[in-house]
Ligand binder design. Sequence first.
Ligand code: HSE
Length: 314
Amino acid sequence: MASRVRVRAYSSSANLGPGFDALALAHTSFYDEVEAWIEPGTGGVMIEAVYGPYASGAGGAETARRAVEALLELTSSRLEEERIVLKVYKGVPPGLGLGSSGASAAAAAKAAALLLGLDAGTELLIEAAGRGEAAAAGSPHYDNVAASLLGGLAVVAPDREGRLYASRIDIDAWVTVYVPRVRVQTAAKTKLMREILPEKVALGTAARNWARLALLVAAAARGDLRLLGIMMMQDEIIEPVRQKYVPCFTEVKRAALDAGALGVAISGAGPSVIAVSRDERTARNVAEALLDSCACCDPDIVKVAHVAPGASQV
Ligand code: HSE
């Protein structure tokens, strides 16, 4: 059992086109850190401080606290005369589809597991962090937390009893993250972006989409970024509905592809956009194109980053 731990977890982009709620790519664009320690108390989890550039944004501390509470519950851990104290560094901007609440929850769950010396498997940590993230997102979806916990391209799915399974694929890719200046301003953005989605999908459409997702995952496993990029742009169900909320999505996508990106998709529930490139130079060219030469692009933030490792002690 450690006396004090500090864990970093990175930002992530969920869905990558056809992988709605099934996968997310962790990237080093931004990170959160959670420091955790134990002190005398009457049980429970307390936030001592939230700091960093996005400390005042929605939800980070609450997701961290709830993730640790969920972990304690899932592992039947009892704290009688002690409590867990958390200090949260919020470096992932919230409300942009970059897995901000997922990163806080992942860092907190991992930190608490290390602190208590819990033998918590990956899926259990994902479950705990997902329950924590539900505090901010309105419902638990596990893609962002899986990516922040595992790193790389994380794939997650429940079985028919609701038990989670997850796997990580290492990919060597660079990304350019584009955040538009004009965007839907609401604390419940993810909830809203889920409410606009169709409740039912025709079998033929679903079948085409999951075939593309399967191919995307196979391409990632083989390191075939060209095929991954093509499949990223074939979603017929989610992105066509959400792209209305991403200003100039078509122009941003065109500019990124013209600059050499292999695939472009809305990052999670948006409004950020992620472009995947084979190397850093191309990813920087994509960033330049979005900053300078695209007449329609109006970026608030443009970041170039690499695929990130999983949550770990720093
Ligand atoms: N898969 C989720 C969604 C991620 O697209 O709603 C939310 O960031």
